[in-house]
Design a protein around this ligand. Structure first.
Ligand code: NAD
Ligand code: UDX
Length: 482
């Protein structure tokens, strides 16, 4: 029986390995992690991450050919194929801080693999890494364990949170990069055979290692670029009376462009887009490609602009101050159908409102109060570096309240900000919400989920990203002349 071990039981390692175990009953899959609490949760009835359909997949194979363990070294030593799916966050200090990927976790995993291995292994990069990481990993492995043959493959993951199970069951493509040597090709075939249990052969793409590593960064950069493009258009729509949803529809009808990923929003979030683009920018800079680096940097800059533009709309519309006013924040996760808050636009929006001394009442169906308080206390880029966590300042704690119901959050509020597109926000009783709010009652929809005309009829002052402005919504102050 082929044995697979995956280092890292996170948002990628957990679901990906569960799918492999489900589709390959003849393979034993063990997911290991140094975070014992996370492993315990994977072994319990309450999984550590919320992902539609994940519970069913885990229940179908846990204890059969899927195992979760904190005994990292034992299972790595026993494996034929070792996936490494550890976090690769943005560096917060030292060379490349604020841009480069922090490979500390990856390197320590590689050194451990070298230390414990007694048989040949295929080591698979599942984490998103800078191009040429495989070369560095190869050196660490081969120099620290001379008797063993290690083949390094790049097999980046393309799942999106909230749809991870669908994405894994029917991937658009599986990408495998390997060395162009007989041993390299053999390793590629071995990994291909795993995915071939359920993925049609024409959807399994093989290529050289560096192309595979760059493809992942390129895919995320181009996806994020589409969002920044439509978000940039949303600002122009607001300035001219156009409707960004109509513009996106018209643009997306062009078969060369297509309709997906053109929803204007308060800004993209998630653990990948910003981190991977900054990483790409850093790699371009290191290769002397200043113009290319500046081009991609702009995607992140427009995203920051979109978040701060949203905050300015809120403050300027509410008579230029939200000091002491209650603002309900509906949705804190970075997108619907996940409890993940990494890099969510809600953090920056809340910081902006807190900076203007607002009182915030947050409701999200999947995010705990504890998580929200921790997120609001963290410095930029610290979320994936647990050692940097700090308690929230006592003043800030007094300004934030987390509740478990949208009606409770909006009761007595001056304004409502919708920051995640949860389906339930489309079906709220907005008349009831209006009746319970201070007047004039403002609603700022950062996700285009509400029916603007209906809410205006109820009496709300409505702002919805990229839609024609309500006369009450104040234009942003013009930029000072440069
Ligand atoms: P995560 O933080 O949820 O999980 C990483 C896990 O690795 C953590 O549980 C951590 O404890 C563990 N870990 C770190 N160092 C370890 C070590 N030395 N030994 C054992 N365990 C260790 O991260 P994630 O969201 O699953 O992302 C993992 C990688 O996949 C990243 O490189 C990310 O960019 C990439 N990726 C993420 C997504 C996504 O949607 N989250 C999608 C595609 C690719
Ligand atoms: C992304 C990539 O889609 C996935 O392929 C990769 O493996 C990991 O990174 P993820 O971050 O989980 O996945 O979710 P995604 O659906 O891409 O959304 C990212 C952010 O963009 C969210 O905040 C989402 O709300 C936002 N978004 C997405 C928009 O604002 N508009 C859109 O049209 C699409």
């Amino acid at each position: 029986m082929v044995k697979i071990c995956c280092i890292g039981a996170g948002y990628v390692g957990g679901p990906t390995m569960a799918m492999i175990a489900l589709k390959c009953p003849d393979i034993e899959v063990v997911v290991v992690d140094i975070a014992v609490a996370r492993i315990n949760a994977w072994n319990s009835d309450r999984l550590p991450i919320f992902e539609p359909g994940l519970d069913e997949v885990v229940k179908a194979c846990r204890g059969r050919n899927l195992f979760f363990s904190a005994d990292v070294e034992k299972h790595v030593a026993a494996a034929d194929i070792v996936f490494v799916s550890v976090n690769t966050p943005t560096k917060t200090r030292g060379l490349g801080a604020g841009k480069a990927a922090d490979l500390t976790y990856w390197e320590s995993a590689a050194r451990m693999i070298a230390d414990v291995s007694k048989s040949d292994k295929i080591v698979v990069e599942k984490s998103t890494v800078p191009v040429k990481t495989a070369e560095a990993i190869e050196k660490i492995l081969t120099h620290n364990n001379k008797g063993i043959n290690f083949q390094i493959l790049s097999n980046p993951e393309f799942l999106a949170e909230g749809t991870a199970i669908e994405d894994l069951a029917k991937p658009d493509r599986v990408l495998i990069g390997g060395r162009e040597t007989p041993e390299g090709r053999k390793a590629v075939e071995a990994l291909k055979a795993v995915y071939a249990h359920w993925v049609p052969e024409e959807n399994i793409i093989t290529m050289n290692l560096w192309s595979a590593e760059i493809s992942k960064l390129a895919a995320n950069a181009i996806l994020a670029q589409r969002i920044s493009s439509i978000n940039a258009m949303s600002a122009l729509c607001e300035a001219t009376g156009a409707d960004v949803a109509e513009v996106a529809y018209a643009v997306g009808k062009d078969s060369r462009i297509g309709p997906k990923f053109l929803n204007a929003s308060v800004g993209f979030g998630g653990s990948c887009f910003q981190k991977d683009i900054l990483n790409l920018v850093y790699i371009c800079e290191c290769n002397g490609l200043t113009e290319v680096a500046n081009y991609w940097k702009q995607v992140v800059q427009i995203n920051d602009y979109q978040k701060s533009r949203f905050v300015k709309r809120v403050v300027s519309s509410m008579f230029n101050t939200v000091s002491g006013k209650k603002i309900a924040v509906l949705g804190f996760a970075f997108k619907k159908d996940t409890g993940d808050t990494r890099e969510t636009a809600a953090i920056d929006v809340c910081h902006g409102l807190l900076g203007d001394n607002a009182k915030i009442s947050v409701y999200d169906p999947q995010v705990t109060a504890d998580q929200i308080m921790r997120d609001l206390a963290m410095n930029k880029f610290d979320w994936d570096h647990p050692q940097h966590l700090q308690p929230m300042s006592p003043t800030a704690t007094k300004q934030v309240d987390v509740v478990w119901d949208a009606y409770e959050a909006t009761k007595g509020a001056h304004g409502v900000c919708i920051l995640t597109e949860w389906d339930e926000f489309k079906k709220l009783d907005y008349k009831r919400i209006y009746d319970g709010m201070q007047k004039p009652a403002f609603i700022f929809d950062g996700r285009n989920v509400i029916n603007v005309d209906e809410l205006r009829k109820i009496g709300f002052v409505v702002y919805s990203v990229g839609k024609p402005l309500d006369p009450w919504v104040k234009d942003l102050p013009a930029a000072p002349p440069s």
